[in-house]
Every structure is written in structure tokens, then in C-alpha cells.
Design a protein around this ligand. Structure first.
Ligand code: CP
Length: 326
């Protein structure tokens, strides 16, 4: 594929991975590897999105996602403007819809939204005629670009996911990362194992239906055996009702991923974490900083993947057949 091949000619928004085909994901990841080569250059800036306006509207905290979208847009020469709840008219009570319509009226080409409420980016996307919407995380629902960058990292580290076992462990109930990853991993053909306390795993994942490609195993020492990828999730205490855990000490004893536990995984297994990390709770510090940790690669791939996504979305209706100027 040439670097300017259109992978998603009719896609306007990215809201979750449930409407991505395997070939769309594969092509996007291929494009991200081209972008990674750009990112690794000494001089990283290319003119591909010159004249495009990208807004980031983050109404919930973020480091990786917000900064990597901003970096991705700027490296492609788009104009990137960042808006947060604090200091915007959202503080005066302006609704999300009116905020989005205002930004569209300013001729924004694309708005990247993080919002504490599940579904907020879908609601905005339904009301915008000209402006694309990318979901950068909505409540506990979805985080599609995290799912894509995680897939990119897995492919880089272990290759094809056919017949590979991926363990997702921890606070799955509150994790938009887990939900989007499940869509992406299923499309990639992985076997998925879930582990964590029953109070922090949705009931639909605990059914252990014999036709389901997803297995729930609450005992982490059993679940981790023979796995190729272990994804530890952040314990999201800010989203939890009280009484969901006996204690942090008990949680740590039973579900913390450690170097000792990784011994039961396959020899070449990797540990991943979307960040931010609660070191010493869901993952031990020594494992998080060990050679089997792919956490920094996830962050780097986040920039490359978001470069590819922005490029694809903002040139989706372009008639130009010029090579991507990289
Ligand atoms: N993984 C992730 O979404 O991190 P941030 O909250 O820092 O963006």
C-alpha cells in the first residue's frame, strides 16, 4: 500500500472500534507504521495536513491522549487548538452541543472529544454536518484510539494474534480501554481471557458461554498461564461505588501483575498498561519498568497511530492523488 492510499473513504467519525472491519484496522495500522518512520526522524514535521484545523475538547483529565493528538496534528502541520472545561464557556453552563456547534461554525475540520459521560461523542457527531468527531474516551464506554495503538504495539512485539492468548486483568467494569480492546482483539482473532474481582467485571463477560471467544477466570494465577500478552488495567477508584473491593491490600494480593506471576505466561509474553499507572496496585513497579514491559512503546505508537488516523479522516473526501508528503 502506498502511504496515501485511502483506507476508509467514507468514514467521517471514529467513535469506537465496533464498526471497524479487520481490513480497515490492518490498513490503518500499516499507515501508522509509515507515520512512525516519520516520528523517528530527526526533523519530524511534514506538510500533509497544512490548512486543516483540529480542536481537542477535553472535559476530563488526560496526559497521553491529549498530548499525542496535539503532537500528531502539529507534526502533520495542522493547526491544533486545545480547549478544556476550565476557562471555556462550559464553565458558564454552555451545553456540550452548543459548544460543538460553535466550534463547527469556526470551521473546525475535526474535534477530538474526551468526556466523562458515555455516549457524549456520539451525541455530538449526530449533530455536526461538516466536522469530524474522534472519541478520545467517553465515560466507561470506549477509547478507540487506545484500542488501535494497543493492537499496533502487540503486532510489533509478537506478530499475528491468530491463536494467541491475551489476558485483560483488573477493573474491567469501569474500563473504556478494555471495551475497545475487546472489539479490536476479536477482529484480530485473539483468544481473550478476563481476570479480576467479580465486582469489577461486567456480568456479560462472566457468562463463560461455550460459544464465546472470551473466558472469565477470576484466579489470576490460573488465568495468566500460557498467555502471550497481559494487559493490566488501572484501578479506577474515581468511578467506583464504595464496597466494590474488600480492600486495596486484598486486591493487590490477588490481582496485581508481578514479575513472579509473569513467569507463568509464555516466554516471550509482554506486559501492557494504558496508563496512568497505579504502581504497586495493579502492576508492580519492577514489572512496569522491566524488559517485558511495552508501556513506553504504547505511548510512542499512540502518536504514530493518531497521525495516521488524523491523516485518513481529514483527507477522506479529497480528490487528490498526490503522494502523502512525508
Ligand atoms: N491511556 C490514556 O487514555 O491515558 P490519558 O488519560 O493520560 O490520556
Amino acid at each position: 500500500m502506498s502511504s496515501n492510499q485511502k483506507i476508509t473513504p467514507n468514514r467521517k467519525h471514529v467513535l469506537d472500534l465496533d464498526d471497524f472491519s479487520k481490513s480497515e484496522i490492518d490498513n490503518l495500522l500499516h499507515s501508522a507504521t509509515v507515520m512512525k518512520e516519520v516520528l523517528n526522524r530527526d526533523i519530524k514535521k511534514v506538510p500533509s495536513l497544512r490548512g486543516k484545523v483540529i480542536l481537542t475538547l477535553f472535559l476530563e483529565a488526560s496526559t497521553r491522549t491529549r498530548v499525542s493528538f496535539e503532537e500528531a496534528g502539529k507534526l502533520l502541520s495542522a493547526d491544533v487548538i486545545n480547549i478544556s472545561g476550565s476557562g471555556s464557556s462550559a464553565e458558564k453552563g454552555e451545553s456540550l452541543l452548543n459548544t460543538a456547534l460553535t466550534l463547527q461554525a469556526m470551521r473546525a475540520d475535526l474535534i477530538i472529544i474526551r468526556h466523562p459521560l458515555s455516549g457524549a461523542p456520539y451525541f455530538v457527531a449526530r449533530h455536526l454536518d461538516h466536522t469530524s468527531v474522534v472519541n478520545a474516551g467517553d465515560g466507561r464506554h470506549a477509547h478507540p484510539t487506545q484500542g488501535l495503538l494497543d493492537l499496533m504495539t502487540i503486532y510489533e512485539k509478537i506478530g499475528s494474534l491468530n491463536d494467541k492468548k491475551v489476558l485483560i486483568v483488573g477493573d474491567v467494569l469501569h474500563s473504556r480501554v478494555a471495551r475497545s480492546n475487546i472489539h479490536g482483539l476479536q477482529a484480530a482473532g485473539a483468544e481473550i481471557i478476563i481476570s479480576g474481582p467479580p465486582t469489577l467485571v461486567p456480568l456479560w463477560l462472566q457468562s463463560n458461554d461455550k460459544d464465546s471467544p472470551i473466558t472469565y477466570q477470576p484466579n489470576l494465577d490460573v488465568a495468566i498461564q500460557g498467555t502471550d500478552v497481559v494487559m493490566a488495567l488501572r484501578l479506577q477508584t474515581e468511578r467506583q461505588a464504595s464496597g466494590m473491593l474488600p480492600s486495596i491490600r486484598e486486591y493487590t494480593r490477588r490481582w496485581q501483575v508481578t514479575e513472579n506471576r509473569m513467569v507463568s505466561a509464555n516466554n516471550s509474553a509482554i506486559i501492557m498498561h494504558p496508563g496512568p499507572l497505579n504502581e504497586g496496585i495493579e502492576i508492580s513497579s519492577s514489572l512496569a519498568h522491566s524488559e517485558v514491559a511495552a508501556i513506553n512503546e504504547q505511548v510512542t505508537n499512540g502518536v504514530a497511530l493518531r497521525m495516521a488516523l488524523l491523516y485518513q479522516l481529514l483527507t477522506f473526501n479529497s480528490e487528490s492523488t498526490e503522494e502523502l508528503a512525508i
